[in-house]
Write a protein that binds this ligand. Sequence first.
Ligand SMILES: *[C@@H]1O[C@H](CO)[C@@H](O)[C@H](O)[C@H]1NC(C)=O
Ligand SMILES: *[C@@H]1O[C@H](CO)[C@@H](O)[C@H](O)[C@H]1NC(C)=O
Ligand SMILES: *[C@@H]1O[C@H](CO)[C@@H](O)[C@H](O)[C@H]1NC(C)=O
Ligand SMILES: *[C@@H]1O[C@H](CO)[C@@H](O)[C@H](O)[C@H]1NC(C)=O
Ligand SMILES: *[C@@H]1O[C@H](CO)[C@@H](O)[C@H](O)[C@H]1NC(C)=O
Ligand SMILES: *[C@@H]1O[C@H](CO)[C@@H](O)[C@H](O)[C@H]1NC(C)=O
Ligand SMILES: *[C@@H]1O[C@H](CO)[C@@H](O)[C@H](O)[C@H]1NC(C)=O
Length: 568
Amino acid sequence: MLLSWHLLSPSLILLWLSSSNALCPTSCNCKQTDKGLRKVSCTRGGMRDPIPTSEMDIDTEVLEISAPVDNHNTLSMTSIFQQFKHLQEVSIRRSNIHQIAMHAFWGVPSIKMLDLSFNSISAVFDHNFRGLVNLLELNLDDNRILKLQIGAFKHLTELRILSLRRNLLEELVPRIFSKLAKLHVLKLSENKFEEIDPEVFKDLPDLHVLELRGCGLKRINTQLYHLLPYLSHLDLGNNQFQFLAEDEFQDLHRLHSLKLDGNLLPVILEKTFVNQQQLRYLCLARNRLAKITDTAFFNLTNLVEMDISFNKLSKLESFALRHVADTLQRVWHLEVAHVKLKYIPDRFFPDRIKKLNVSFNNLTSFSVQTIPRQLQELDISNNQLQGLNDSVIIKLETLKFVNLSGNPWSCSLCHITSILFRVNKTDLFKNFTCASPKNLQGKQLTSLRLEDVTTCNSKHKEDDSSFSNNKLGLIIGLVCIVIFGICSIVFVVCSCVRRHSRNLERQRKRVAENAGNSLGTATAIFCKEEISFKFPLDLTERKMSVSTIDEIKRDSQQSLPNGTGAGI
Ligand SMILES: *[C@@H]1O[C@H](CO)[C@@H](O)[C@H](O)[C@H]1NC(C)=O
Ligand SMILES: *[C@@H]1O[C@H](CO)[C@@H](O)[C@H](O)[C@H]1NC(C)=O
Ligand SMILES: *[C@@H]1O[C@H](CO)[C@@H](O)[C@H](O)[C@H]1NC(C)=O
Ligand SMILES: *[C@@H]1O[C@H](CO)[C@@H](O)[C@H](O)[C@H]1NC(C)=O
Ligand SMILES: *[C@@H]1O[C@H](CO)[C@@H](O)[C@H](O)[C@H]1NC(C)=O
Ligand SMILES: *[C@@H]1O[C@H](CO)[C@@H](O)[C@H](O)[C@H]1NC(C)=O
Ligand SMILES: *[C@@H]1O[C@H](CO)[C@@H](O)[C@H](O)[C@H]1NC(C)=O
């Protein structure tokens, strides 16, 4: 034993020496990745040609070149990698690369991931990628690509993910994606396509994820969907859609996630999603929805999350959620913020909802019957609530999360009494202040004493219903003028002063409101983030379509309490 140790140790030391002496360019870092791959990382910026490959260990497996935003590199992409027979991931970003040389990656078939985002590449040709027969992921985001040669990616027959976001593509012509039969994910967001020829997608029979966000699209020829039978994630957000036909999505039977936020849709027609039984996430936020027809969500029996925030659903007659509740059997997360709701009828929301966001509406009352039985999280901030009922408070205290901020609490007996009795027993009202009456404005609820509280203040009510009281006010005013004719001058002076102060108040309110609005839109986050993929990909068919998509993973973990929905 001892002897063999003696024999072994010199070679071990030698090995250790050689690895610690491994080549590493002076401006770079060289170490192992979490997965034990040899990585060269040059991210300080200001690099110039040539890329210092002669100083790199030929066993390098991961190469990362990038730069800070204010100190880009200036590099060119030529065939410099031939001797690196173990390269798997190459990422050269923020390096002002204008073009990829012919056969730049020839002789390095080991590369699986190539990221050339944040450069200045303007055209892509098939010879650029020749030899990358094992490439799985290609990222060309944030370049200036105007044109893709027909068959530009034809050598990348193993490619699963192609990303071309934020380029200058104006059209996609047929055969552009030829030979990409295994492509699962195509990201084309933020290019300016006016229209898309469905023929383009004939070459992508296995596409699961398609992102066409922010492309200025007015419509999509539904033949496109017919060609993509496996599509599970479709992002059409931030486009110009004004209309969805009832049969718009009829060919997409496997959709899991559909984002239509930020379009111009005024209505969701009857049975629009009737064939989307697999749909789990639907985002319709930031449209112009004033109407959702009774059967709009018919057959969406697997939906778990829906976002209809930032629409114009102020009239509840047309807000037909109650009628559709039966088909929304699993929705547990509902976002209904910024839709100008004034009132929610009792038992309006299905009991199974766990997470409800009704913030930034115009709710003046909120009864315990409105709270879904299984609710755990409630955001009812920034409404017009002046007080809360005892039973509501008791119910709210049982929830995991409640946000009640931004409501104009009225510290008068008719509104605040229930709250006041509990204000020192719960955290719900911490830091809340009285918005009215005037003499208590800005006072912390927790420091309020019962004897401070005024009786129901009629002046405040007058302010609220000034429109309906206008006529009465006028008559009284006239009578006053007749009776106090002699004192009319004095009266006019008085009322002028009063009107002035009222105007001031109104103005102040408006300013505050505007400030609130702009804040709301500036900070709001719409829909969920993009689908992200882990590298390396697990390429077994089932896993690829479901598990590597973090979003879906999260859905299936969180949403289905009894686990019955796991059979995707
Ligand atoms: C609801 O979806 C199922 C399964 O996709 C389908 O068979 C059925 O026809 C749909 N219902 C209607 C009314 O179309
Ligand atoms: C919502 O409430 C605000 C503040 O009270 C008001 O100015 C606005 O007109 C209301 N909106 C609707 C649609 O009622
Ligand atoms: C609580 O609300 C209900 C209706 O929402 C109302 O009838 C009742 O008077 C309220 N109770 C209190 C104590 O405010
Ligand atoms: C409650 O909502 C307000 C405004 O919507 C927000 O500023 C605040 O951070 C929220 N509080 C919590 C605890 O989320
Ligand atoms: C209340 O306000 C204080 C200071 O204004 C702040 O430190 C504290 O975090 C706030 N508490 C809550 C629950 O918002
Ligand atoms: C709550 O506690 C504060 C200080 O501890 C006290 O000043 C206040 O009067 C209490 N409020 C009520 C309603 O008891
Ligand atoms: C509720 O929706 C508003 C508007 O979209 C958002 O700002 C807020 O963060 C949401 N609340 C929660 C608790 O997610």
